[in-house]
Design a binder for this molecule. Structure first.
Ligand SMILES: Nc1ncnc2c1ncn2[C@@H]1O[C@H](COP(=O)(O)OP(=O)(O)OP(=O)(O)O)[C@@H](O)[C@H]1O
Ligand SMILES: [Mg+2]
Length: 479
């Protein structure tokens, strides 16, 4: 099923007939093909769309503000007069401006909807972010121009397409409010031909024909009922009636071309991005060690809850895996905090540590400038959320140590050997970045947005870590 064909009416110049064009085009298209679903909405705050299409009192159900906030357009569309659906205009749009940062939001919302047929968007006389969103989604942009200055303004529209890397093919100029009584001498006999000549001269493409200025059409805005009447029902005797009919046919023919619709392109780009995200996640996940990097126990998921409490990866990306929550807490206390006394399993210090770990990044690395020391030195750093150093401590890295009257292999040594050792079994130049993860889904950290943050902090930390002094030519050196 094709997504809808989107027609945006836009010009930075005010009062050139945009709203009149958008609203009447909807009706003429519907008249041309009764079965064609036509949906209209406006980013304008004049409520002309509502005044023309509302049947009786408006049923509360949301407006274009809700549309931009992600409410599905199908649930906002109201069936209006003449069989045209519309989304009510909004007084709250200004408050959505801050949140609407990218021009691609509306196109993603429409691409994700089940709308069909034609969507017509009326815009404000401004190239603000609302108009940009309407342009970004468009298969056809109708640019009404009524005089030379409004034609000059078109350049900004073309520049916008250029800046977004979009094809300028959808853009079409349409002379509007043309006074057909005016005649000139010379090759451009009337304002229509003159405007068209200007446009072609600048390399702009034009729709066929124009919309004439008609006092009858102007009067359709003002009546005792407070409604706006369409040209089709109340202005049949005018030349504008024939001009709108011709315009609607041109737009309809445009919907029949084989070209991929704008929202189809948006859909496949979205699909592609999602696929890339999935692939990136999967490949990071597949590269993980399956055992706790500290104790070596396999991290089995029991009923969806993993004992993994920390994610660790070397900055060069060679080794990545999880650390058991208890293993890491135990190690940190044993070697780096309160090493002088035993911190029991129920000690509140542990809770305090776990809680503050949520806002920390930890790093393990060979102590600066100890590359050639016979005795290996390991530094443990704590950084805050912004990647600024909070504290660090250095300990001697021993393979075996006495504990409870026994000699046992040091877990810290195990961790270092699994992650930081070079082929000679010595601490290399890399560092290990450690971050607390949620136990219900530890792999979440491998999703693009979280992972990008980890890497960003990693870069920041790498830049702060003291540079190694060049290694001396012969052997050991004192610090
Ligand atoms: N073909 C026409 N003949 C005569 N008057 C017209 C015609 N089309 C529009 N008008 C009148 O011109 C005025 C501006 O039209 P309209 O509101 O459609 O322009 P707009 O570009 O949407 O304006 P804005 O930029 O303020 O949103 C209105 O009073 C309207 O009735
Ligand atoms: Mg308008």
């Amino acid at each position: 099923m094709h997504p809808p064909y989107v027609v945006t009416v836009s010009s930075e110049k005010g009062g050139v007939g945009k709203t009149t064009l958008a609203t009447n085009l909807a009706i003429y298209l519907k008249a041309l093909h009764e079965d064609l679903p036509v949906l209209l909405f406006s980013f304008d705050n004049h409520f002309s769309v509502d005044r023309m299409f509302r049947i009786g009192r408006e049923t509360p159900g949301g407006d274009v503000f809700d549309l931009l906030n992600g409410r599905p357009p199908e649930t906002l569309a109201q069936v209006g007069e003449y069989g045209v659906s519309y989304i009510p205009s909004s007084r709250r749009l200004a408050t959505a401006r801050g949140r609407l940062r990218s021009p691609g939001i509306l196109s993603r919302i429409l691409a994700g909807s089940s709308l069909r047929g034609i969507v017509i968007i009326d815009t404000r006389p401004d190239l603000d972010v609302f108009t940009q969103n309407a342009l970004y989604a468009a298969d056809r942009v109708i640019v009404p121009v009524k005089d030379a200055p409004s034609l000059e303004n078109c350049k900004n529209l073309y520049d916008f397409f250029e800046s977004q890397g979009l094809s300028k093919r959808p853009l079409r100029i349409l002379p509007c409010l043309v006074d057909s009584r005016i005649r000139y001498d010379g090759p451009f006999r009337d304002p229509y031909r003159l405007l068209k000549g200007y446009a072609i001269n600048r390399g702009y493409r034009c729709l066929e024909g124009y919309i004439a200025k008609s006092p009858k059409v102007e009067s359709l805005n003002t009546n005792p009922e407070g409604k706006i009447y369409p040209v089709l029902t109340h202005g049949r005797g005018t030349e504008v009636h024939l001009q709108f009919a011709h315009l609607a046919r041109q737009i309809f023919v445009g919907t029949k071309t084989e070209e991929e619709r704008r929202l189809e392109t948006v859909r496949s780009e979205l699909g592609l991005q999602e696929e890339q995200r999935d692939n990136a996640f999967q490949s990071r996940r597949e590269g993980l060690q399956t055992q706790c990097l500290l104790c070596g126990k396999t991290l089995v998921e029991a009923e969806g809850v993993s004992p993994a409490g920390y994610y660790a990866e070397t900055f060069d990306g060679n080794v990545a895996g999880f650390l058991e929550e208890e293993c890491f807490t135990e190690t940190v206390f044993r070697y780096f905090y309160h090493a002088q006394r035993e911190v029991g399993a129920n000690d509140p210090l542990r809770d305090l540590f776990r809680e503050s770990a949520l806002r920390s990044f930890f790093v393990l690395r060979r102590a600066p400038n100890t590359r050639n020391f016979y005795q290996q030195q390991l530094s443990f750093y704590r950084f805050d959320e912004e990647g600024l150093e909070v504290s660090h401590k250095t300990v001697e890295l021993k393979e075996f140590e006495a504990r409870f009257l026994k000699k046992e292999r040091s877990p810290l040594f195990q961790l270092a050997s699994r992650t930081l050792f070079d082929p000679k079994g010595r601490l290399g130049d890399d560092f290990l970045l450690i971050r607390r993860v949620g136990s219900d889904f530890p792999e979440e950290i491998l999703y693009d947005e979280h992972y990008a943050r980890l890497r960003e902090i990693g870069e920041k930390i790498a830049a702060q870590i003291p540079q190694e002094e060049p290694s001396p030519k012969n052997g050991l050196r004192a610090s």
